[in-house]
Ligand binder design. Sequence first.
Ligand code: ABC
Ligand code: CA
Length: 511
Amino acid sequence: MLNVPRCASVAILVLQLLLSAMVAAAPADQWTKRSIYQIVTDRFALGDGTSPSCNIGERKYCGGTWQGIIDKLDYIQEMGFDAIWISPIVENVEGVTDGGEAYHGYWAQNIYSLNPHFGTADDLRSLSNALHQRNMYLMVDIVVNHLVAVPTSNTWPQSFDYSLLQPFGGSNCFHPECFISDYNNQTDVEQCWLGYSGLPLLDLDTENATTVNTMYSWIKDLVSDYSIDGLRVDTVKHVRKDFWPEFAANAGVYTVGEVLIGDVPYAAPYTNGLDSILDYPTYFAVYNAFTSGGNMATIADMVTQAQDQYNHGTFYVGSFVENQDNPRIPSIVSDNSIIRNAMTWPFINDGIPILYYGQEQGYKGGNDPANREALWPSGFNTEDNPLFAHVQALNAARKYAIASSPAFLLSKARFIPQSSASSTLAVSKSPLLALLTNGGSSSTESWSIPNSAGLYSANETLVDVLTCNTVSTDADGNLNVMAKNGMPQVLIPARLLSPSGSLCAGQAQGL
Ligand code: ABC
Ligand code: CA
């Protein structure tokens, strides 16, 4: 019905910046207490009890659904997560394109319909309700930057059946076709297209007032229709910065944007328009340190820059070491100690921890599409699974820190300088002290925390809550800790642990 072009060619709206103060703050505060399990909906779980094979190289739907997620909420909650992030939910291009099927959900065609491969509106509402009954949050991935249609001719510029792209049924709703060729030219990044001629991502004209207002009311309705608690916003750097404040205000919930860049000064301004961003600059430093023997000190440098330059510092960022766009850590390194150290990072710094599904099962997929494995062949193994237990312990440690110290969520992570600065990291976020190394399982590294750091008193016992082993400060209050098979250690003073608590009760010295 809507194949009339709906985008009048009118001047850009300029008042949106004024609304930046309206970005919801309270919902972001609620999110900082949580940890997020990221799901590729098509690859997580089926709702019908079957376990079909999934050939990831084919880039086709494998059958995961919202009902499948509902059926596995126990599994997610058992790890200690109290929020999930799911793939984009709207209807996508159908059939096999040059890049396969739209199983990942990022190729929207009709933003007013849901993707039938994932279920019905009732299924999505059931998921939202089931989460809320467990006091868990729902984060939905959304895309503003583009929609996708298969080209109907290859003459340049290409032709498309715009009537498929609802509600934007005309070419004047999109920027003129050009592919991004110069990432140093921000106009190119914002107004040219992602993709390639085989499968172009049609770049929405977010300078057009009608288009802009359509997206603003769409997000408001989407959040309310499905009781969404937070949004992961795709391709944020591909839309002009002053589009985002009013978008976030209409969303009215926590918004965390994807700005895929390794550079803090470039990323920082986007933390003004949205609540925050996925912390890609820190991700790259962490990834390099753990997969290619990169210098651990660059992590501290990057975080310090981010703490200084992001709005809200790093408290509202999404903190992660894997996702659907990058090779999994175990696809590069096989040393279990290094993998465990990398997995620990998101849980011991300022940001909101995000675990990408499959990390807990030791999945090893490399670049897209190999990193989007089906989870069901793992049998959702929770027994004799050290990585599952590791995630449980990390979530428990963070929750314990939040509960025991009101200052935890408001105090910046602090790096205690180490003599082996390139291969060790000591991160203090009281009452946690995380000791990390990229030295691997034969590592002989050690960490020193001098009494001048002001963290501990003399002869104080600290418990590594990942193993329940203990270490002690000396008579002067200095702490020296040897690496144990290169494993990460997350220390909490024994006096803060309770003998009736769930965290290393046997070593507790508290009440
Ligand atoms: C896939 C394959 C393609 C294939 C296509 C058919 O299928 O990857 O090779 O041609 C979705 C799907 C993907 C699909 C794409 C494209 O759509 O999931 O499987 O690609 O059809 C987001 C999502 C992502 C999603 C989309 C599209 C966007 O997270 O899952 O992909 O909705 C750019 C965007 C970024 C986007 C990413 C895929 O592409 O900015 O939003 N992700 C540089 C650029 C970045 C660029 C990145 C990768 O390369 O600056 O802008 O990301 O191309 C750092 C530098 C960075 C540099 C990185 C690599 O290194 O500081 O600048 O990033 O050090
Ligand atoms: Ca754009």
